[in-house]
Design a protein around this ligand. Structure first.
Ligand code: PGA
Length: 252
């Protein structure tokens, strides 16, 4: 069975001081023996502090983005070796906010995916359609393009280190998550696309993201198509994040 993964995407929230308070509170109440893998993705400036607080706990930490070059004259950027040196595990790539606000293309996401894999980090590739694309029956076309372009050149070996997060843009930050039926339909399509491209039955972990909360998580995690969640708003409150982890645990 695939162990579920729950990732806390803090987005551009929390100063380093706030992050310390949040993680300390979270560690007081969070379950310590896990049947769920958990990663916290604070902003870059808080990664070191959060990583230090999570040392000797079962929790991992993740970055929300990265640049593809290893070093050099790229003012304002952060490289995969810098993240690796901190002990960072996952890197969220291709989030819809990066695609929409910062105009990231599938080609750029592809460069990042390849670089992250090369430096022994684990990409969480976000894909998902907008409301307009859903209404125009373009869900599978959009997601297929996002998957195949962003993962171009990934080897049979490397694909096993890739996690996909299905995040319908219309569900993010709206308080209205996709229904389990909607999620299952797209997750099945994602799995089929990856398996047929890499020509094998892979155990790819596919997360759902978009207004996941303690209210709807039980139902979402109840689906065998959902291998965990990428959570924004609900993970900024340590109690609700701890609840989500419990709900994701296979025995609850
Ligand atoms: P949300 O964000 O849970 O606040 O909808 C999810 C995400 O953008 O990853």
């Amino acid at each position: 069975m695939t162990i579920p993964l729950v990732v806390a995407n803090w987005k551009m929230n929390k100063t380093v001081s706030d992050a310390t308070v949040l993680v300390e509170k979270f560690l007081e109440i969070a379950p310590l023996s896990l049947q769920v893998e958990v990663a916290l993705a604070p902003p870059f400036v808080a990664l070191y502090t959060v990583g230090a607080l999570l040392a000797n706990t079962p929790y991992k930490f993740a970055a929300q983005n990265v640049f593809w070059e290893s070093e050099g004259a790229y003012t304002g950027e952060i490289s995969p070796p810098m993240l690796r040196d901190l002990g960072c595990h996952y890197v969220i790539l291709g989030h819809s906010e990066r695609r929409q606000i910062f105009r990231e293309t599938n080609g750029e996401v592809n460069n990042k995916v390849l670089s992250v894999l090369k430096h022994n980090l684990f990409p969480i590739l976000c894909v998902g359609e907008t409301l307009g694309e859903r209404e125009n029956n373009r869900i599978t076309a959009v997601i297929k393009e996002q998957l195949l372009t962003s993962l171009r050149g990934v080897s049979d070996q490397e694909i096993q280190n890739v996690t996909i997060a299905y995040e319908p843009v219309w569900a993010i930050g709206t308080g209205h998550a996709a229904s389990v039926a909607q999620v299952e339909e797209v997750h099945q399509f994602i799995r089929k696309t990856i398996d047929s491209q890499w020509g094998q039955q892979l155990d790819t972990r596919i997360l759902y993201g978009g207004s996941v909360s303690p209210t709807n998580a039980g139902e979402l995690f109840g689906s065998d198509q959902v291998n965990g969640a990428l959570v924004g708003k609900a993970c900024l409150d340590p109690e609700s994040f701890a609840k989500l982890i419990n709900l994701a645990s296979p025995n609850t």
